[in-house]
Design a protein around this ligand. Structure first.
Ligand SMILES: C[S@@+](CC[C@H](N)C(=O)[O-])C[C@H]1O[C@@H](n2cnc3c(N)ncnc32)[C@H](O)[C@@H]1O
Length: 212
């Protein structure tokens, strides 16, 4: 694993701007499932790859959010979102593969559209499991590889290289479902579906929850 997070001095800020600009549209796309998945969240939430803070609008005012976000260009927008939504924010400039939080300490960990990008998604999932309390819940929404020999899988392969370059390491076609299944969560509830939008490579998705 490359254990140092690298962001590009041009694409990093551009991506931070794009994710900030897209947050309203992302709410239209993901709002219903996020409201459902986040509805019983506790006072403290750990989020991996918080980006520009797209998920803060689904958290109760006053929530303590520990945001594991290695891309420093995202941090300003994270702070602005926290102010807007009344979130008590702590940013950790760390990778999800190397979280410095103690074992078995958190009830709720969130990750949306991140496992596509982390260098080592299995290690990141193992870290998430490690910091969860025994009954702790992990909530995820991820885009995944399309079914083989479909138009979507063709488009994912075709666009993978420029997409991966522009979105700083994002894989259009990761088998995140299989990764989630391999971590050994005691309970895993997931749904695979197509979420249609102009962002064709990310149409195939998986969402759900896992218990440590
Ligand atoms: C596509 S954005 C998603 C942001 C946000 N979760 C959302 O749903 O809008 C992916 C985020 O993952 C972060 N990221 C990339 N590699 C990471 C890693 N190894 N550990 C934690 N976060 C990472 C990026 O900096 C970026 O903020």
């Amino acid at each position: 694993m490359a254990n140092k997070f690298q962001t590009n001095a041009i694409r990093g800020p551009i991506n931070a701007f794009i994710f900030k600009m897209l947050s309203g549209y992302m709410d239209r796309l993901f709002g219903n499932s996020k409201r459902e998945l986040f509805k019983n969240h506790p006072e403290t939430v750990v989020e991996i790859g918080s980006g520009a803070g797209a998920n803060m609008r689904y958290l109760k005012k006053g929530t303590r959010l520990i945001a594991i976000e290695p891309n420093i260009y995202m941090h300003n927008n994270l702070k602005k979102s926290a102010e807007k939504y009344g979130i008590d924010l702590e940013i950790k400039s760390l990778m999800g593969e190397a979280i410095d939080l103690p074992d078995a300490s958190y009830d709720f960990v969130v990750c949306t559209l991140v496992l596509c990008t982390v260098h080592d998604p299995l290690q990141c999932l193992q870290q998430i499991k490690r910091i969860l309390k025994p009954s702790g819940i992990f909530i995820f929404i991820e885009h995944v590889e399309a079914r083989e020999n479909t138009m979507l899988s063709f488009i994912q392969s075709l666009i993978h290289k420029p997409w991966h370059w522009f979105f700083e390491g994002c894989h259009t076609n990761r088998n995140t479902k299989q990764l989630l299944e391999s971590v050994g969560f005691s309970k895993l509830e997931l749904e695979t579906y197509n979420l249609y939008s102009p962002f064709i490579p990310i149409i195939p998705q998986v969402h759900g929850s896992a218990i440590k």
